[in-house]
Design a protein around this ligand. Structure first.
Ligand code: CAA
Length: 291
């Protein structure tokens, strides 16, 4: 399958990273979000991350310009009609994702492939609400998208081989590596990573260690690039909680019980870096632990 134009729905942290790597790999990209402000924020995020790659000598100035020129803002879903592939990367909310796919449906060509960057929602269920479950897949990027090597590929029960092979080819052209996960709650990375983060929050909740001692322990004791609480803030505490709910509901095992302290932080609106407060307070020069 010849994939040239890619639509990205959602210009947040993940969507802008996805648009960035597709444009750098030579795809034409149309990026959509609900408001012009969200689109502007996404585009300036892409520009800043491309600049960072130029300043580190990873990307040439000419490639940066060419990549940025390949990205066009599309304020209406209808503008994504001519895309060969659409990657949905909206909020981790099933109803919102279903609405987006329904909104896209009347504008798509018959061959267009649909993919979701969901971090945990059933691909089979999302696909079943579309007109093309056989051309629907999970294409799960890791944050920060321009840096992380892995993309998880998740087939729904109806996904056909042609779609799977096309997306394997896309991941290769992006210069990334794929892993294939079966369609069960949270797939592979988040099935393992997010319960570890939840356990770190329990460790804090039960007073076993402070934020700093938990993160230092895992950075220096297990060689993780970020401590689990720092990583939770980076992913977003709302996303971590949503994934724990999917695991708890989908696998019906109490070992996936979300920690009440994680729930409390989310209720406070302390969602991590994006709201400038989570397990750390990011409002000053250096992050300060909040416990
Ligand atoms: N865009 C482009 N480049 C970026 C970037 C971005 N957004 N963020 C960082 N970089 C680059 C930097 O330019 C730098 O490049 P060089 O190595 O070429 O110099 C490199 O990444 C390292 O960055 P820094 O030196 O600024 O910072 P660091 O060494 O502390 O690394 C990190 C930052 C790469 C984020 C590292 O801390 C890390 O790997 N953390 C763990 C990330 C992780 O686990 N991600 C997965 C989260 S789970 C997920 O995403 C799935 C889900 O569904 C929830």
């Amino acid at each position: 399958m010849d994939i040239r134009t890619v639509g990205v729905v959602g210009a947040g942290q993940m969507g802008s990273g996805i648009a960035h790597v597709f444009a750098l790999a030579g795809y034409d990209v149309l990026i959509n979000d609900v408001s012009q402000e969200a689109l502007d924020r996404g585009l300036s995020n892409i520009a800043a991350n491309l600049d960072r790659q130029v300043s580190r000598g990873k990307v040439s100035e000419a490639d940066r310009e060419a990549a940025f020129d390949r990205i066009r803002a599309a304020p209406e879903l209808a503008a994504l009609g001519p895309c060969d592939l659409i990657v949905e990367s909206a909020t981790e909310n099933e109803e919102i994702k279903n609405k987006i796919f329904a909104g896209l449906a009347p504008h798509l060509g018959e061959r267009t492939l649909l993919a979701s960057n969901t971090s945990s929602i059933s691909i089979t269920r999302l696909a079943s609400h579309t007109d093309r479950p056989e051309r629907f897949m999970g294409l799960h990027f890791m944050n920060p998208v321009p840096v992380m090597q892995l993309v998880e590929l998740i087939r729904g029960i109806a996904t056909n081989e042609e779609t799977y092979k096309a997306l394997v080819g896309v991941v290769e052209r992006l210069g990334k590596t794929h892993s294939t996960a079966e369609d069960f709650p949270a797939f592979i990375v988040n099935r393992i990573l997010v319960p570890m983060i939840n356990e770190a929050v329990y460790t804090l909740y039960e007073g076993v260690g402070s934020v700093a001692s938990i993160d230092t322990s895992m950075k220096l004791g297990a060689n993780h690039p970020m401590g689990p609480l720092e990583l939770a803030d980076f992913i977003g505490l709302d996303t971590c909680l949503a994934i724990m709910h999917v695991l708890h509901d989908g696998l019906a095992d109490t070992k996936y019980r979300p920690c009440p302290l994680l729930v409390k932080y989310v209720e406070a609106g302390w969602l991590g870096r994006k709201t400038k407060r989570g397990f750390y307070d990011y409002r000053g020069e250096t992050p300060v632990p909040t416990r």
